[in-house]
Design a protein around this ligand. Structure first.
Ligand code: ZN
Length: 241
């Protein structure tokens, strides 16, 4: 059985459609989204509709929370705050409430899903370094924790009381090891590769693989400008940063 894990879609409909096409080609039986469906991008309602139509299980991200809760954008930079206000105006109250009702974490049985970090999902800390990841292993009981938030793919393996950073492209999942895995971002990658990023877990060979797919990021960047959102939010899509 294959499972697809998508995160940080950020209202980027072109990237989400390209990712889902790849997910369907890979015949994944379960799709989970790790939050930040909206914010930054030009198609929040369309992305939410797609997620709901496809029955994709989702956790809440900080941009989802800030859209749902007035005043929730206080810690955001000016561009992000402007995009949240723009997003809020384009979603009806029921859709905003749906975003605010998404769970902070999901126990999937085989993994724990959160947006930011298992130790404090509602405080949105980043897990960027080996040291930060290694502390997080005490905060969940599952073998695997999948997360997003930084938009940078990462795999940290924990075994025999020590942690190691693996290459982000994929890993064989050993039964005696535990893992924290960041699947990167579908809609606003920040690792220098502009292609949409997501992860696939395959039960058959106990593997995890990072997938990258091309999409028409110029079209999304154009839509961002046409929508009156900060142009920098489109320019960064072209370089993946
Ligand atoms: Zn995000």
């Amino acid at each position: 059985m294959r499972r697809a894990i998508l995160s940080d879609v950020h209202a980027n409909l072109e990237a989400m459609k390209a990712a889902l096409t790849a997910v369907d080609e890979l015949q994944c039986e379960e799709i989970v989204c790790l939050g930040d469906l909206v914010g930054y991008g030009p198609d929040p309602a369309e992305v939410i509709e797609l997620v709901r139509d496809r029955g994709i299980a989702a956790v809440q991200g900080n941009h989802d929370a800030a859209t749902a809760n007035p005043g929730g954008d206080r810690s955001f930079n000016p561009w992000a705050r402007e995009a949240i206000r723009w997003t809020r105006d384009r979603l009806d109250p029921a859709t905003r409430a749906w975003l605010g009702g998404l769970p902070m974490s999901l126990g999937l049985g085989w993994a724990l899903a959160v947006h930011a970090a298992p130790s404090a999902p509602e405080a949105w800390p980043y897990v960027l370094s080996l040291e930060e990841a290694s502390r997080e292993f005490q905060s969940f009981g599952e073998q695997i924790c999948i997360l997003g938030h930084s938009h940078v793919p990462m795999i940290v393996e924990h075994a025999h009381e020590s942690s190691a950073m693996l290459g982000p492209e994929g890993a064989a999942l050993l039964s005696e090891s535990r893992y924290i895995i960041n699947v990167g971002s579908v809609g606003q990658p920040r690792d220098g590769d502009p292609r949409a990023s997501f992860g696939i877990f395959d039960d058959d060979d106990a593997s995890y693989t990072l997938i990258r797919v091309d999409y028409d990021c110029r079209r999304t960047a154009r839509k961002i400008v046409e929508a009156g959102l900060p142009p920098v939010l489109g320019e960064r899509l072209l370089v993946g940063h």
